[in-house]
Design a protein around this ligand. Structure first.
Ligand code: FCB
Length: 581
């Protein structure tokens, strides 16, 4: 699943009834505005009115999924009073997406909630969870026929650390004990909503998950025990306690000398269908022998920085996938992106992070999707409009959107045919790409000239032991058995010079022709360039791919022979005998 992600308050505009609106209009205790540059979200990207145009942008990128959040304060402006018209807007958004070939993915809480809920104490009070449950039920009942993926809460640990520890998100508090309580309540709210929505109509047909931000806390100095100690503590309260709760039912929030909260909730065990992973970067932690400031965060001069205080650290993305895989649930990357006003690091970021993602998929991690943060420039919370995370640049005076150059790196990959688990980018039923092959004897053949015949392409190489094992079988059971019945078998040697290929052919003793493949150009039309050889591609008389093998599996090999046999019989019935000698 390729997608982009947004959040209601950051893009919709006219959100004047939530905790963030109030925060934007407040000053902190020293009289400074809460938001960078005293920005207000205001009209934002006017996505509420321009969503159709924005769906066109998604189509231009080639993505097929859209993650957005539902603004609770618009749906339930007063406690218990629901606004059907606002809900209707989101239904229209969903149907427009679906009509344009996109799948909606909904987030129920992305940092914002109505002022009345904040005034009741928000998630500081366990008894308020019921209000979030009522809102979620209302939305789910109205949209679950259209929305197959649901995110309950976006980044509880970010909401808590920014709102209750650093004081830069609403409610702007700095209270570690309260932070621990809010964390516990948010996770309880997730569990309650997950369990409840699962019982509603469509509950069992949709996937419901939690969105977890992972930001690693790494020791600044590898030799310093205090850096290690505080990194460990911070990783525990930011990430590990959520994983523990969802796997064992145990939750601990321990900050030495500041907070120590434990609780048990066995309902939490396994309470997700998938885990959403948001990843940006890591922090370097410096420990101090100072109870007032036990740790600080530092940046390293050698790191490439983005406009946010995040370095480009794709290895961390891989590590985060490893960490979250402990939950043993399908993983969806629900956010990943870069703030880059100059657009001079975006391409690098995209290529490196998507390489890490590719590695993780190839290593077997169960990753189902990737949502880029974000579609277009937006109101970046405490940073206001200063941060440019958009694939599209937005001119906030004219609301014009323009694709950034660096974003092409993303849409290029999105539009590339996806490789299957075996590395194939073609499938059975596809028209085989046309190739101009050059045999070791200098003769050339155009694949399309062989239309009317059954053709087997065998991808091989002299260093490939599995190929060497398989080739005598190809010689005997395919080439010798069917060459006189109209079959053509061509070996294609991956990126080796003529003399090496000739020796190889002699050594294995095969007699079917072998073609050269400099730079794996032919290979990469069928399989991902970095995937392995030992593949047979069976092509029917109409040039359509009929069978694909990978490695030398006896059963699969036999199934291929059976398929070839059928195709040859069909060929005999319809076309006169023809063979390339
Ligand atoms: C994540 C938030 C998202 C956006 C990005 C940059 O923590 O979920 O709304 O602000 O960071």
């Amino acid at each position: 699943m390729w997608g982009t992600a947004t959040a209601a308050h950051q893009v919709e505009g006219n959100n004047t009834n939530n905790n963030w609106y109030r925060f934007e209009h407040q000053k902190d205790s020293s009289g400074k505005p809460r938001i960078h540059n005293n920005d207000k979200s205001g009209l934002a990207a006017d996505h509420w009115n321009r969503y159709k145009e924005d769906i066109d942008l998604m189509n231009e990128l080639g993505v097929k999924y859209y993650r957005f959040s539902i603004e609770w304060s618009k749906i339930e402006p007063k406690n218990g009073i629901f606004n059907e018209k606002a809900l209707e807007h989101y239904r229209e958004l969903c149907t427009t997406l679906i009509d344009s070939g996109l799948t909606p993915v909904v987030t129920l809480h992305h940092f914002t909630h109505p002022i009345w809920f904040e005034d009741l104490g928000g998630f500081e009070k366990e008894e308020n969870i019921k209000h979030y449950l009522e809102f979620s039920e209302f939305v789910f009942n109205k949209l679950s026929d259209l929305v197959p993926f649901w995110c309950t809460i976006n980044e509880p640990a970010v909401y808590v650390s920014q709102g209750y520890f650093n004081g830069v998100f609403p409610p702007g508090k700095k209270d570690p004990v309260l932070a621990g309580q809010v964390m516990k309540n948010l996770l309880s709210a997730h569990v309650a909503v997950f369990r409840h929505l699962k019982t509603l109509p469509n509950g069992m047909n949709v996937q419901i998950g939690l969105v977890k931000n992972i930001t690693q806390f790494d020791p600044l100095r590898r030799w310093h025990i205090l850096d290690w100690y505080f990194s460990g503590i911070l990783n525990d309260i930011f990430t590990n306690n959520t994983i523990d709760l969802l796997t064992t039912g145990d939750f601990n929030f321990y900050l030495p000398g500041m907070a120590n909260i434990s609780y048990k909730n066995t309902d939490a065990i396994g309470a997700i269908d998938f885990i959403g992973l948001n990843y940006y970067s890591r922090w370097h932690v410096k420990g101090h022998l100072n109870t007032a400031t036990p740790f600080t965060f530092e940046t390293r001069p050698e790191d490439i920085q983005t406009d946010m205080p995040y370095s480009i650290y794709p290895e961390g993305f891989y590590r985060a996938i490893q960490t979250i895989s402990k939950l043993n649930k399908p993983i969806i990357i629900t956010e990943n992106g870069i703030a880059d006003n100059k657009d001079d690091r975006r391409e690098l970021f995209i290529e490196r992070y998507l390489y890490a993602l590719y590695k993780a998929i190839m290593d077997g991690y169960d990753i189902r999707g990737y949502f880029y943060w974000t579609l277009m420039d937006n109101f970046e919370w405490a940073e206001g409009y200063a941060m440019k995370f958009g694939l599209y640049e937005v001119d906030f005076t004219t609301q014009k959107r323009e694709l950034r150059k660096g974003s092409l790196a993303f849409s290029k990959i999105v539009k590339q045919p996806g490789a299957d688990k075996r590395g194939y980018i073609v499938s059975v039923g596809d028209q085989a790409p046309d190739l101009l092959l050059e045999y070791t004897n200098g003769k050339t053949v155009q694949l399309s000239d062989l239309l009317g015949q059954v053709v087997v392409l065998q991808f091989t190489a002299s260093w490939c032991s599995v190929c060497i094992q398989e080739m005598p079988h190809l010689e005997k059971e395919v080439w010798n058995a069917y060459k006189d019945k109209g079959l053509m078998l061509i070996g294609i040697d991956r990126d080796e010079p003529l003399d090496v290929v000739e020796k190889f052919q002699e050594k294995v003793g095969t007699t079917y022709p072998i073609a050269l493949d400099p730079g794996a150009k032919h290979f990469s039309k069928f399989a991902h360039i970095n995937s392995g050889v030992t593949r047979n591609i069976v092509i029917d008389k109409n040039g359509k791919i009929a069978f694909l093998t990978r490695l030398f599996d006896k059963e699969e090999f036999q199934a291929m022979i059976n398929k070839i046999d059928l195709l040859i019989q069909e060929q005999y019935q319809s076309t006169p005998f023809k063979r390339d000698s």
